[in-house]
Write a protein that binds this ligand. Structure first.
Ligand code: MG
Ligand code: MG
Length: 248
């Protein structure tokens, strides 16, 4: 069931989303060669808790950390660890925060030092694919319109679309209906209505979009070890337009 959110609820979702946004900005200067990713996790947890919020992912279906940190060929759900960032890495950081019972969810892929032109290309176009998806999110459109726009953009730029993982509704749970795939056909899927809150999150690859899951049963990596990027915003769609809840 898709829950439509009232103005009051969207205001709370906006506050949760803003904490997620602020956490991304707070982490940014720490994303440098030499830092252990577990340090980023600790910083993020402290920051979120200091804003009277709780990390959405910690304990969610047993996920052990505040952040999902996925480096290079890791697509999503990577574990923070003693692994140190290295010059040339790309690092996807996925952050969820819960404030007064409402969640925000946003992922961003960052560069560490000097990265390859291929990596820059992947990041630039995965972020743009997210924008293409957001453009389709309006009352009266359908969820499939979003996936269609993202997939067509990815195909045009010769990038792989990971299909096993999808965006989702966001509300009093961090993951709720509907699924928001990064592929699809125009005019299909649930109709978008006033008060719908969803996370759109393209996961694109430089090579094959095929994936597998590591032995920790969480971390998703590309089968051919190609680089992957992940950009995600939580948005609210209303009759007045779209609000990017995890945006600036
Ligand atoms: Mg999400
Ligand atoms: Mg996320």
């Amino acid at each position: 069931m898709i829950t439509l959110r009232s103005k009051r609820e969207i205001e709370l979702l906006k506050q949760a989303g803003h904490i997620v946004y602020l956490t991304h900005q707070y982490l940014r200067p720490f994303i440098k060669a030499g830092i252990k990713t577990i340090e980023l996790d600790r910083l993020a947890e402290e920051f979120i808790r200091s804003h009277d919020a709780t990390p959405s992912f910690k304990g969610y279906e047993g996920f052990p950390y505040t952040l999902c940190i996925s480096i290079n060929d890791e697509v999503v759900h990577g574990f923070p660890s003693d692994r140190k960032l290295r010059d040339g890495d790309i690092i996807s950081i996925d952050i969820g925060a819960c404030y007064k019972g409402y969640h925000g969810d946003s992922a961003w892929t960052y560069t560490v030092g000097n990265v390859s032109d291929d990596a820059k290309y992947l990041l630039e176009h995965t972020e743009k694919a997210l924008s293409e998806g957001i453009k389709q999110a309006k009352v009266g459109a359908r969820i499939g319109d979003i996936g269609y726009a993202i997939e067509q953009y990815a195909i045009k730029h010769n990038l792989g679309v990971v299909k096993e993982l999808v965006g989702h509704g966001v509300g009093t749970s961090v993951h709720e209906a509907p699924d928001v795939p990064n592929y699809g056909s125009k005019g299909t899927g649930p109709k978008i209505k006033d008060g719908m809150v969803i996370a759109i999150e393209p996961m694109l690859t430089l090579g094959s979009p095929d994936i597998y899951i590591l032995d920790n049963e969480w971390t998703v990596v590309t089968e051919d070890s190609s680089l992957a990027a992940h950009f995600e915003h939580t948005i609210a769609i209303t009759n007045d337009g779209v609000l990017i809840l995890t945006g600036e």
